[in-house]
Design a binder for this molecule. Structure first.
Ligand SMILES: Nc1nc2c(ncn2[C@@H]2O[C@H](COP(=O)(O)OP(=O)(O)OP(=O)(O)O)[C@@H](O)[C@H]2O)c(=O)[nH]1
Length: 250
């Protein structure tokens, strides 16, 4: 069975920590959160995975290619270097939303996100019979975001447009296909998806155009890891630019 392996990374007891012994300076929290994301991105990225910052206190990673030892090392290294620890749950499924459901359930079963009793919980099973097309990555991009928004509107109004497109896409992909879409900066959204057809991607692009009036294009790639699928998706997106098309597969 081809499958996506997803890891939920949740900071332990973070809410209480942010206000103990009294509320901490916001920019110090932002610095710590973004450094933790950068470290996770480097660790997971160097092993072929992708990490998405999601809400920063919870991050979601596509970890095909990372095994139990890699996860244990990550957890230990964070615990050694940060004032917080992380709990990890790992799930495997053809449908990314199902894999994340499993991963999340494992972390939730180990204790509340705001329990001082839960620290560095780790549970899950790993995808060991890897296949060449385990991971499907869709790289979405707003058509001419620079001309339509960045060069014309103030940054906040540009941000509203981009975020509305993202909100529409993330909900549609989740509900229609169990795909998980993540804003990654600029006008880009990367989704981890089941094996979908060009017609199904066109449906997503049409939905966002209708609902949020944001015109997307999407490049899709597959591979044994998120990196390999994602780099193919980027090349497919370049094909969209070259051909003037809205959906391309690598
Ligand atoms: N994370 C990420 N961001 C990107 C990538 N490519 C572009 N961006 C971001 O997207 C912004 C807009 O760039 P483009 O998407 O190339 O520009 P555009 O005006 O939309 O033009 P077209 O996409 O060609 O229609 C850039 O400022 C970057 O912030 C990428 O591969 N990954």
């Amino acid at each position: 069975m081809t499958a996506t392996q997803l890891t939920l990374m949740q900071i332990d007891n973070y809410g209480p920590w942010t206000v103990t012994p009294e509320p901490r300076r916001e920019m110090d929290l932002q610095t710590m959160q973004s450094r933790l994301f950068a470290d996770l991105a480097q660790f997971v990225g160097a092993r072929g995975g992708y990490v998405f910052f999601t809400r920063f206190d919870n991050m979601v990673a596509v970890t095909n290619g990372l095994d139990r030892t890699d996860h244990e090392l990550l957890q230990e290294s964070v615990g050694n270097r940060y004032p917080v620890t992380v709990s990890l749950g790992v799930g495997v499924d053809e449908v990314p939303a199902e894999a994340l459901e499993t991963a999340t359930g494992l972390v939730q079963n180990a204790g509340s996100a705001q329990s001082s009793d839960r620290s560095e919980a780790f549970a899950g099973s790993f995808h060991d019979d890897a296949a060449d097309d385990d991971v499907h990555v869709a790289h979405f991009d707003v058509n001419d975001a620079t001309g339509k928004y960045t060069d014309r509107l103030n940054e906040f109004d540009t941000f509203i447009n981009i975020e509305q497109g993202y909100a529409s896409l993330m909900r549609y992909m989740r509900e229609a296909h169990g795909g998980l879409s993540f804003f990654v900066g600029g006008d880009n959204v990367i989704a981890t998806c089941p094996d979908l057809s060009a017609e199904e991607y066109r449906g997503a692009v049409d939905h966002v155009a209708d609902e949020a009036e944001v015109q997307l294009k999407v490049g899709v790639g597959s591979g044994p890891t998120a990196h390999e699928a994602g780099i193919r998706a980027k090349h497919a997106l370049e094909d969209c630019r070259y051909e003037g098309t809205l959906v391309e597969f690598a």
